[in-house]
Write a protein that binds this ligand. Sequence first.
Ligand code: NAD
Length: 297
Amino acid sequence: MKIGFIGLGNMGGPMARNLLKAGHQLTVSDLSQSAVAGLVEAGATAAASIAELARSDVEMIITMLPAAPHVKGVYLGEDGLLAHVAPHVRLIDSSTIDPMSARQVAEAAAARGNSLIDAPVSGGTGGATAGTLTFMVGGDKADFDAALPVLQAMGKNIVHCGPTGNGQVAKVANNMLLAITMIGTAEAMNLGVSLGMDPAVLAGIINTSSGRNWSSDTYNPYPGVMDNVPASRGYTGGFGTDLMLKDLGLATEAAKQARQPVILGGLAQQLYQTFSSQGNGALDFSAIIKLYNGAIK
Ligand code: NAD
């Protein structure tokens, strides 16, 4: 298929490469010329602008941009996608943004005759490179079905979550819970160790008891408990504190718009805000345990 791809960063770059590997023809655009050059070397064609990409003969356009203002700019801007794209072209936004913005952009696309599905991902840069991302998709079932073969070239778990915006809803709800369970696990591990428990023995008890969760049994924040997790390599790699903070901001903003309480989500946001403001934004999000124990390196 002829596909346009906009946003070739840490996630979009490897996702676009997997589309090329699957035999799709790609036309790409990014503000970063070096990101574009990398994809051209891999076999893609560069578009001089978003307008040029929109006017080319692509059948589908995928965007993978940092945040809602970038998405709105690319789709709704004066010289943006919707101003130039032909009505039949299918649109997929894989950026993580708030559900309300996703619905607003999809409505603008629908008014021009274009279907736009939201398809945020989880799995990080490792999953983007390996082509094993999870896609949480919001939009009409027929549009989901049409996008499925393309998404399968970049991911392995592709779930239709309901109407437009619901992909983003699933993403923010899951990541808010992840932040809460990570903080809870860090708090419990630090308490137990400070009271004299061996961290590995304590993690073993939790992981065979009712406190078990993904942060305790797959991504334990206490150093030395597990191999191959950020806690065992100085909290490098993994999912950055500032990315978690961004997702918590989306969750609390969505909650405000829906007039729903997110008491623990709000607290988690403040804890990650505190940790980030102390200069830790680039550390993996499991490093939040350092807020409890400054001796942990
Ligand atoms: P990134 O900052 O590495 O890449 C974004 C790219 O978009 C950059 O190359 C930038 O130049 C480009 N861009 C920005 N504005 C543009 C414009 N107007 N026109 C064209 N290109 C433009 O970000 P990323 O890590 O690839 O993340 C992308 C999205 O995926 C974000 O919404 C993020 O929250 C989400 N996400 C990231 C991860 C992760 O681990 N990095 C995991 C899951 C989801």
